[in-house]
Design a protein around this ligand. Structure first.
Ligand SMILES: [Cu+2]
Length: 587
């Protein structure tokens, strides 16, 4: 490998940092989020060492000063641009009063460089520097974030872009967009609030007036039954997200909607947007009214182009889209939280200072039976006394079937799902007795939109991956939870309750079957290895994070080629903290 890249990069990084520190308490303005973007020809190649200093600094977030964790004075941290084939040299300097870490999300690297305290290394003590060193053997859009405590919620995150070897980004210009969710509350307080009352941040509960309306429309009997059912599950039909816009300010490259992050284009140019969901708890629905987006990469990996009008991005996922605005006018980049409790917008514009119309927030969706995949879910564990099979209540949702797009048979549909006799214990308030494949569904709140929404079944790998073997072995894991107690787990066991790691045999080809026994969406992330999603397409799309809808089962193929211990967890920060976390050991 050639270690001698240009020296220009260092200069660039240095001057960028000087600007950043000059901004200090000024506006949150990551210097990489320049509105001009970067044209293809200007790219700076580098393998220089990059220093990342982690501290806490007062910064203006929206219209109020907060104290985020900053990286080189910025929140989010600087855009790190590496080049495929180089050796990454990243020095992380901890100026916090507590341990910290950086995990390079989606990067294939040696176990001890993965940055998960207690799994891959000890963590970085206050005042210490950790030197990350690894060979970069992939390209695409990724990100990095703390894997220590709840630091990610404080803004300890940033974008990571790896240029392809040949430098061709397939566009005239590119912009990187990292979405995040900021709260002025202490993240430990947020977690405590969730523990005390799961619906704490859910102010969209149904009112008594809506109940009367329901009675009028559906009759008393059905209304009562629905209320009783939701009541027994201790859940509001509107609990889509458990932390919402009631505390969050949604940010695009560190700016709220008012600050309006803007990116330039020239009419007719092909613009690549690298979109990263770096939020702690928020799924976003992204669209640019008036512009078609062509999805060309998912989780950093190339896919066959899919033209869409909107896509849902789960926490920790990334999508690259190409847009080609032809008109000389601004366009709104609109990212709406999937529970419709808030949004953030930015602007794609031919000249600075312009803005386009901002869409209204759409109506909050409800978790009806249909939204849960029409399958039967039964309660178990400590709620068994009230056991109730929702199948009885699903009768009038059959109209949903008509809306389903054509779907082909997936391997997972022929896999019999096993539940332990006992369900999954107290950690699982319910089990999906008849989980279904939902990869062809756009997701809650997007079922009835008139335009084209990206589906997981639309994703086709741009080329074949090296390992084409059939799986030799199958592992089944259940996503489980108890909403009332805010317990989140795999197979009913919190991380602190399991005896040992999930064992992968080094070199084997595995099929991982996951079943979502809960009523929430969970973005599940495997470190160190790719997961090929069995979505009926070939080549299969490769993912580092896969979102499961309620009552859904999915299957993924994994080549266990990375020896060592790796984190495997739900990427909703408070779910991970609550115990939805495992260690995978490859040996
Ligand atoms: Cu989760």
């Amino acid at each position: 490998m050639n270690n001698d890249f240009t020296k220009g990069r260092r200069k660039f990084v240095k001057s960028a940092f000087t600007v950043a520190s000059a901004l200090a308490i000024a506006k949150v303005a990551p210097t990489w989020a320049v509105p001009q973007g970067r044209s293809f020809k200007d790219q700076i190649l580098t393998n220089d060492e990059i220093d990342l200093t982690i501290t806490k600094s007062p910064l203006l977030v929206g219209n109020k000063v907060g104290t985020p964790i900053t990286i080189n004075g910025q929140m989010p941290g600087p855009l790190i641009r590496l080049k495929e084939g180089q050796r990454a040299k990243l020095n992380v300097i901890n100026r916090l009063l507590e341990d910290t870490s950086i995990h390079w999300h989606g990067i294939i690297l040696p176990e001890n460089m993965d940055g998960v305290p207690g799994v891959s290394f000890e963590g970085i003590k206050p005042g210490r520097t950790f030197k990350y060193r690894y060979d970069v053997e992939q390209n695409g859009t990724y990100w990095y974030h703390s894997h220590s405590g709840l630091q990610e919620q404080l803004g300890h995150l940033g974008p990571l872009v790896i240029e392809p070897k040949d430098g061709d980004i397939g566009a005239d210009r590119e912009h990187t967009i990292i979405l995040s969710d900021w709260t002025f509350e202490d993240p430990d307080t947020v977690f405590r609030n969730l523990k005390v009352a799961e619906g704490y941040y859910n102010y969209q509960k149904r009112t008594i007036f809506e109940t009367f309306k329901d009675v009028r429309q559906q009759g008393l009997d059905k209304t009562w039954k629905q209320r009783e059912m939701w009541g027994q599950m201790r859940m509001s039909p509107r609990d889509i997200a458990d932390v919402t816009g009631s505390t969050y300010t949604y940010l695009m490259n560190g700016r709220d909607s008012q600050m309006n992050w803007s990116a330039l284009f020239k009419p007719g140019e092909k613009v690549r947007l690298r979109i990263i969901n770096g939020s702690a708890m928020s799924f976003f629905d992204v669209r640019i009214p008036g512009l078609e987006m062509t999805v060309v990469a998912a989780d950093g990996q190339p896919v066959k182009p899919v033209p869409v009008d909107e896509f849902r991005i789960g926490v920790a996922e990334t999508y690259d889209v190409i847009v080609q605005p032809k008109q000389n006018k601004p366009y709104t980049i609109y990212a709406e939280s999937f529970d419709r409790s808030g949004y953030v917008r930015g602007t794609l514009t031919p000249e600075l200072g312009l803005e386009a119309e901002v869409p209204e927030l759409r109506q909050a969706p409800e978790r009806g039976m249909a939204a849960m995949g029409m399958g039967a879910m039964a309660m178990s564990g400590d709620m068994k006394g009230n056991s109730m099979n929702m199948k009885h209540m699903g009768g009038n949702n059959s109209h949903m079937t008509h809306k389903m797009t054509h779907k082909r048979e997936l391997p997972v549909e022929n896999i019999k799902i096993k539940h332990r006799e006992s369900g999954h214990g107290a950690g699982a308030a319910m089990i999906a007795t008849n989980p279904v494949s939902r990869l062809h569904e756009p997701g809650i709140g997007l079922e009835d939109v008139e335009h084209k929404v990206l589906l997981y079944t639309d994703l086709i790998g741009a080329h074949e991956w090296p390992d084409t073997r059939e799986p030799e072995r199958q592992i089944e894991l259940h996503l489980t939870g108890n909403m009332e107690r805010y317990m989140w787990s795999f197979d009913g066991k919190k991380f602190t309750e399991v005896d040992g790691p999930v064992q992968f045999h080094h070199g084997e080809r595995l099929r991982l079957v996951m079943v979502n026994d809960t009523m929430m969406d969970h973005p599940i992330h495997l470190h160190g290895m790719w997961m090929e999603l069995e979505n009926g397409q070939y080549p299969r799309p490769r993912k580092h994070t896969i979102s499961l809808k309620p009552n859904e089962k999915v299957s993924l193929l994994i080549t266990a080629d990375a020896p060592g211990s790796w984190a495997f967890h739900c990427h909703l920060l408070y779910h991970m903290k609550a115990g939805m976390f495992r260690v995978v050991n490859v040996a």
